[in-house]
Design a protein around this ligand. Structure first.
Ligand code: DAH
Length: 342
């Protein structure tokens, strides 16, 4: 069949094509009007056509193109009008689309709840930088260079600069606040902290802490205990008791660690509290006078207490989460479980 016949056959095909649906119409469009349509191949034959027939061939191709355009336009109209005029296709009994509602992240839930409780005691929220200098993260907190306590917190340095660190604890905010505010100071500082630790089910290289600080005249250790006892009962339940164990932090003297009655077994002993009846929730103490002086607060006139807790730790205890990594993986199957929490 010579190229003239072939082209005429296309014209016939356009006229006789059966187009029962918009999907078939789309195939028609691709074949005759798409970017790689058949007419392009036909047109490529032009160079082989004797010059006295070139004009005739050109007109033939044109008529094929026009026919395709016309057929396409009229079929398209047909389908469009069928869709809009037919109400039978609309099934009103079909269930609607499910709109999923997000849930707050468990870390956020616990953080908000803790803030809420301390706000009632007059604590204001203070947030500050995550990239800190050595002074605010260590030195002002009584951890001068070569202090062994620095080793307790494996530090990430920024650009290998020994003076710039990703803060290893929120205690750095204590320093920033004391440098900039006059007592009485009563702040709570939630935020993310970083430590160069191997990631496992129990530890991560970043997590969240909440720091508390109260500075005024005549603040005593009894005030600290009263505050933490109130917090424990509000957060974990009214039957919860606190137990205070002596401990060591460079920035507090005396220092303590606080346990609460295991709220899973009510102190009877279970695998969460490792059969001791108690779970540790925070570190605390009376702010060391040296730290007050470092921040230009008169340690003869003022005293204060501080505490710091790990939000992941408390969240894991509260919801019995066995792997800390779940808290930063954003698996919606895990997160959806907290929709109705707290
Ligand atoms: N900064 C301590 C840590 O990260 C926690 C801490 C302990 C904070 C005692 C305090 C405190 O304010 O008084 O391990």
């Amino acid at each position: 069949m010579d190229i003239f016949h072939k082209t005429e056959a296309l014209l016939k095909e356009i006229g006789e094509a059966v187009i029962p649906s918009s999907e078939v119409l789309e195939l028609f469009r691709i074949r005759f009007l798409g970017t790689k349509n058949v007419l392009k191949d036909v047109f490529a034959e032009m160079k082989n056509i004797p010059s006295d027939r070139k004009k005739e061939f050109g007109q033939l191709i044109n008529s094929v193109k026009l026919a395709a355009e016309e057929r396409y336009a009229s079929e398209k109209d047909k389908f469009e009008s069928t869709v809009s005029s037919s109400t039978e296709q609309l099934d009103l009994t079909l269930p609607g689309d499910v709109i999923t509602v997000g849930a707050r992240h468990p870390i956020q839930l616990v953080r908000n709840r803790i803030i809420e409780i301390f706000k009632r005691l007059g604590f204001a929220v203070e947030e500050n930088r995550e990239i800190e200098d050595d002074w605010h993260n260590f030195t002002a907190l009584n951890m001068p260079e070569d202090h062994p306590a620095r080793d307790m917190q494996d530090t990430f340095f920024v650009n290998f600069n020994p003076d710039i660190v990703l803060r290893t604890h929120t205690s750095s905010v204590q320093v920033r606040v004391m440098e900039n505010q006059k007592p009485p100071i009563r702040i709570l500082s939630p935020g993310r902290v970083y430590r160069n630790e191997t990631i496992s089910a129990r530890s991560h290289c970043f997590f969240h802490q909440i720091e508390g600080l109260y500075i005024d005249e005549k603040v005593s250790f009894a005030d600290l205990l009263q505050t933490l006892d109130f917090f424990a009962k509000e957060f974990f339940g009214k039957d919860i008791k606190i137990k205070v164990r002596p401990s060591y932090f460079p920035f507090t003297e005396p220092s303590a660690e606080v346990d609460v009655t295991c709220f899973i077994c009510a102190g009877k002993g279970c695998n969460v509290c490792k059969y001791s009846g108690w779970v540790e929730i925070l570190g605390c103490g009376m702010v060391d006078p040296k730290v007050l002086e470092n921040c230009n607060i008169d340690s003869k006139k003022y005293s204060g207490f501080a505490f710091g807790m790990g939000v992941e730790r408390i969240t894991m205890l509260k919801y019995q989460i066995k792997d800390i990594r779940l808290l930063s993986e954003n698996d919606t199957r895990f997160l959806e479980q907290f929709k109705s929490a707290m």
